[in-house]
Design a protein around this ligand. Structure first.
Ligand SMILES: Nc1ncnc2c1ncn2[C@@H]1O[C@H](COP(=O)(O)OP(=O)(O)OP(=O)(O)O)[C@@H](O)[C@H]1O
Ligand SMILES: [Mg+2]
Ligand SMILES: [Zn+2]
Length: 327
């Protein structure tokens, strides 16, 4: 698995556009120069034939090949000088007609030979961040900014330190066979559930896996729009919930519930669990009995049996930060 087809497609499109833009700009420059001195057109045409001339020289056989190539090189050199002189004479930089790709390692193709260029790898990560649903939080809610001093020294802080360690290990183990696939983060509001989940998401995206984050409310809305409105965008969204390597369902329990929504959640959890795909769920429902009351047996059984539970403790950090002005 890896980044979703949408991520890959939009990066490919982006690279194609970058290449086309660079090439179009050089054509624009050529036309601009040609208006002032049309000789540039014939020089440019002759230069563009160099490759073909080398090819023709080569297929004539090995005899005299070196001399033929040397001759082409000399002619080429003369043409380049003529071009540069013409450009300089008109007050343009020497490279005004060159195609200026943004990456000179891959000329914006995204590949160096058969290897993916580092610029494309970066673009994929960036696009995966953008499409994950976490946006700007990926920068602010990281493992580094997860501050244990917000939790009371002693048992509370130790418990949260263990969760932080577990979260980091979840990232480093992601993709390995024998690991915990599914985590359930439980706790009252403002204790860092979403923060730590976002940090995990970033780590997993950086390892080139596809991550989708959404709130339970949005997930349900997408299912409804797909089912009742036959909305295509919603249908693609729903597909992403099933397909991604890691699905993060935030705020489970805040969604409107009826038999339709319960069957959607059941289907999503069950399909992903059967396919061995990972999930992290966070919820404010902080007791097993309340979970049982909220969800039907088939969902409850999976939330209990297929997820490792972690209880977040402490006082609302959202409020603490607001009070001391660090928000
Ligand atoms: N340990 C922490 N260190 C620094 N900031 C934190 C920590 N935990 C939470 N925060 C910050 O406090 C705010 C609330 O945290 P977060 O959204 O993760 O809480 P939550 O448990 O998801 O709450 P809710 O149940 O309301 O969704 C966020 O701005 C988050 O970045
Ligand atoms: Mg939250
Ligand atoms: Zn490149």
């Amino acid at each position: 698995m890896g980044y979703s087809a949408e991520v890959v497609k939009s990066v490919r499109d982006m690279f194609e556009k970058k290449r086309a833009d660079a090439e179009n700009l050089s054509v624009l420059h050529l036309n601009e120069v040609a208006l002032k001195n049309s000789e540039i057109l014939s020089i440019n045409k002759a230069l563009s034939l160099t490759g073909l001339m080398i090819y023709e020289a080569a297929i004539k056989g090995p005899e005299g090949l070196e001399e033929r190539i040397e001759k082409i090189k000399r002619e080429n050199h003369v043409l380049i000088e003529a071009k540069q002189q013409l450009l300089c004479g008109l007050g343009y930089p020497e490279d005004y007609l060159d195609i200026k790709y943004s990456c000179d390692k891959c000329n914006d193709t995204g590949y160096e030979g058969i290897n993916m260029c580092s610029c494309m790898k970066k673009a994929l990560v960036k696009e995966a961040y953008a499409q994950s649903g976490l946006g700007k939080f990926l920068k602010s809610q990281t493992f580094k900014t997860f501050d244990l001093s917000f939790y009371e020294e002693g048992e509370e802080r130790e418990q949260m330190a263990a969760i932080l360690e577990k979260a980091k290990k979840y990232v480093s183990d992601f993709g390995k066979p024998d690991k915990d696939s599914n985590l359930l983060f439980v706790g009252t509001t403002g204790l860092g559930k979403t923060h730590i989940t976002t940090a995990i998401a970033k780590g997993v995206i950086d390892k080139a896996y596809g991550v989708v984050y959404d709130s339970a409310q949005n997930i349900i809305r997408a299912f409804e729009n797909e089912h009742f409105e036959k909305d295509e965008k919603a249908s693609r969204e729903v597909q992403r919930y099933f397909d991604c390597d890691l699905l993060i369902i935030d705020d489970l329990g805040t969604e409107f519930r009826n038999s339709f929504t319960q069957s959607c959640i059941y289907n999503l959890l069950n399909t992903r669990i059967n396919a061995g795909k990972c999930m992290i769920i966070s919820t404010n429902i902080d007791s097993t009995s309340k979970l049982r009351e909220t969800y039907d047996d088939r969902i409850f059984s999976r939330l209990i049996g297929s997820f490792r539970h972690f209880k977040f403790v402490g006082k609302d950090i959202r409020i603490a930060k607001m009070k001391n002005g660090t928000k």
